[in-house]
Design a protein around this ligand. Structure first.
Ligand code: AHN
Ligand code: ZN
Length: 344
């Protein structure tokens, strides 16, 4: 009897001890947290406004284009891919306009161009222009094997990546409204600049013929956008988007807007603060024609002889180069920029 009472008291005692321990522990935790609340300023993480950019979806849009074959102007693959792109934009709710024309090229050839334009909220005054080129280069002049230089490239990165990214943005624009008008332009005939192996030099600006044409004859009379963003070679792993020269010259505020948005989203490893060289690209005619102050998001490298990634204008520019993480970084950044833009 006496023995069991003692045991009972012991049990009660250890129970109370346990409670004391737990209470003490809780108190010390809460005390720690009130101290840290007092002493450290915890930075609020940036809250993303835009819907999720789906990198798998963008990847598939790149893959589909490459699947048509070489999108060289005048070819059957080019025509089939153009039809696909126009149908996709229409399917994603854009108002589609196509510009077709014939252009005489440096070699005397007559080349057909087809700019494909998808407009959202065409009635709105304040507009943002997003663009990429959809044609692929008919030569691989950066190949070391001269026999292979004459053959066209797949252009998974050079061409298809920017277009695939913009199709994914188009898909999102149909799902969730923005406050501004948006025009997406797939420019043709960007990449038929004179090859480095050619004999003789023909005076003229032979790059960016589709965007030159549009800048002189826009699809809407007196077309103007608040600003423009070009996406060129935005698909390769570890891409580095340096601050390109003409972008800084013509649209420094837009560079600041885009690059600071990327930093807030945590994509500073892609969007670098260093400046790069001046690139003749589709944003140049758009800037010079004053259609929109425009920036070029383009993968630039300081350690290659071309200034671009090693696969540039070679047969290695195929799907193996396409990395979803890069598409995501560039795509989410552009989406955040347009979804945070206020209407008028
Ligand atoms: C020049 O090399 C002059 N411009 C590069 C523009 C380009 C070609 N972007 C993709 N392919
Ligand atoms: Zn190219």
């Amino acid at each position: 009897m006496f023995y069991s009472k003692l045991k009972y008291m012991q049990r009660v005692g250890s129970f109370f001890l346990l409670i004391l321990l737990v209470v003490g522990l809780l108190f010390s935790i809460s005390c720690n947290s009130c101290q840290s609340n007092k002493n450290t300023v915890v930075a609020e993480p940036y809250r993303q406004i835009s819907p999720e950019f789906n990198a798998d979806s963008a990847y598939t849009f790149v893959e589909r284009q490459v699947g048509f074959g070489f999108r060289v102007p005048g070819s059957a693959a080019h025509k089939a891919c153009g039809d696909y792109l126009a149908a996709k934009l229409a399917g994603f709710g854009a108002q589609v306009t196509e510009q077709k024309a014939d252009i005489t090229h440096y070699d005397g050839k007559n080349l057909p161009i087809r700019n494909i334009i998808g407009s959202y909220y065409p009635e709105r005054e304040k507009r943002i222009l997003l663009f990429a080129h959809w044609d692929t280069r008919p030569f691989a002049d950066e190949e070391t094997d001269t026999n292979r230089q004459q053959q066209p490239i797949s252009g998974a990165d050079d061409g298809a990546s920017g277009v695939g990214l913009l199709l994914e943005i188009a898909r999102n624009l149909q799902q969730r409204p923005v406050e501004v008008g948006v025009d997406i332009i797939f420019f043709d005939l960007e990449d038929w600049g004179q090859p480095s192996f050619g004999d003789g030099w023909v005076q003229g600006d032979w790059w960016c013929l589709g965007s030159q044409y549009w800048s002189e004859q826009p699809h809407v009379e007196n077309y103007k956008a608040a600003y423009g963003i070009l996406l060129d070679m935005v698909g390769a792993a570890n891409a580095t988007f340096l601050k390109e020269g003409y972008s800084m010259q013509y649209a420094p505020n837009v560079v600041e807007k885009v690059w600071s948005t990327a930093a807030k989203l945590g994509y500073g490893a892609y969007f670098r603060t260093e400046s790069g060289g001046y690139i003749t690209d589709d944003h140049l005619p758009v800037n010079r024609g004053r259609r929109a102050p425009s920036v070029d998001i383009i993968n630039m490298k300081a350690d290659t002889h071309t200034g671009f990634a090693p696969h540039w204008h070679t047969h290695r520019d195929d799907m193996r180069n396409i990395d979803r993480n890069t598409l995501k970084a560039a795509g989410q950044t552009v989406m955040e920029v347009i979804y945070t833009e206020l209407g008028e």
